[in-house]
Ligand binder design. Structure first.
Ligand SMILES: Nc1ncnc2c1ncn2[C@@H]1O[C@H](COP(=O)(O)OP(=O)(O)OP(=O)(O)O)[C@@H](O)[C@H]1O
Length: 221
């Protein structure tokens, strides 16, 4: 279970302190999916980064199976990211000097969670078999995002954190990529927290919530 309690985060800007998260409360069971919505600048990416351990909150708590994330050392946060989290961003963030096969295996190898059978299954489901020796620049946007999803899921992470994962794709590719993502996370048993602007895509997840005024305004089952 991912539990977020009274999370606060402000940023220093030339204009002064900018409060972004002002008491966010959220719960997400492992294996379930939640769409995080809200206007541009409402703090969706900020919240995702805090859960990923890429940044630290000012106050409040993030608990993973009752284990707090805050107060951990950088090394412990890095371990959390490597072992328990898969990240997918709008920009695919593939490693340009590695081919598709090496990109796919990269994170799972780093986390010592390389499972050749599962990886072969992901390759087949994501339709990547004929692309394994290509480099990211030789792929379409949809293909690159399928590689990014495969890479994020290769280590069967407990949590998949996705920031507008289909934001750069057209509607048809977007639907196809989200379908695959949701099927594969269900098979991997991962919980999903996905930032999206699209009510149509959000409707495909089990739950939805809305960030406004620094807080979660509505949550529905
Ligand atoms: N490192 C930073 N330093 C200063 N301000 C920041 C920083 N990161 C984010 N912000 C500000 O915090 C606010 C929330 O940003 P965030 O990226 O979380 O919003 P968002 O809801 O994901 O927006 P979008 O939908 O446009 O991606 C914005 O006003 C942004 O400018």
């Amino acid at each position: 279970m991912l539990v977020i309690e009274q999370l606060h985060k402000s940023f220093s800007t030339p204009q002064g302190l900018l409060p972004v998260l002002q008491g966010v409360d959220l719960r997400l069971a492992r294996g379930s999916s939640l769409a995080l919505m809200g206007e541009s600048g409402s703090g969706k990416s900020t919240l995702l980064h805090l859960v990923a351990g890429l940044d630290r909150a000012d106050s409040g708590r993030i608990l993973i199976d009752d284990d707090p994330l805050d107060g951990r050392s950088e090394a412990s946060l890095a371990l959390w990211r490597r072992q328990a989290v898969g990240l997918v961003f709008q920009q695919y963030n593939l490693i340009s000097s590695l081919d598709v096969a090496a990109n796919l295996a990269f994170q799972a190898r780093l986390a010592a969670r390389h499972d050749p059978q599962w990886l072969a299954y992901l390759v087949q489901r994501l339709g990547l078999a004929s692309l394994l020796e290509r480099y990211p620049e030789q792929l379409s946007g949809g293909q690159q995002q399928r590689v990014a999803i495969g890479r994020a899921l290769a280590g069967r992470p407990a949590w998949l954190l996705a920031d507008e994962p289909t934001g750069s794709l057209d509607e048809a590719s977007s639907d196809e990529v989200l379908n695959l993502l949701l099927q594969l996370v269900a098979e991997a048993g991962s919980g999903v927290l996905m930032v999206t602007h699209s009510p149509r895509l959000a409707a495909r997840l089990q739950q939805r919530c809305y960030l406004q005024g620094g807080r979660v305004q509505a949550e529905q089952g």
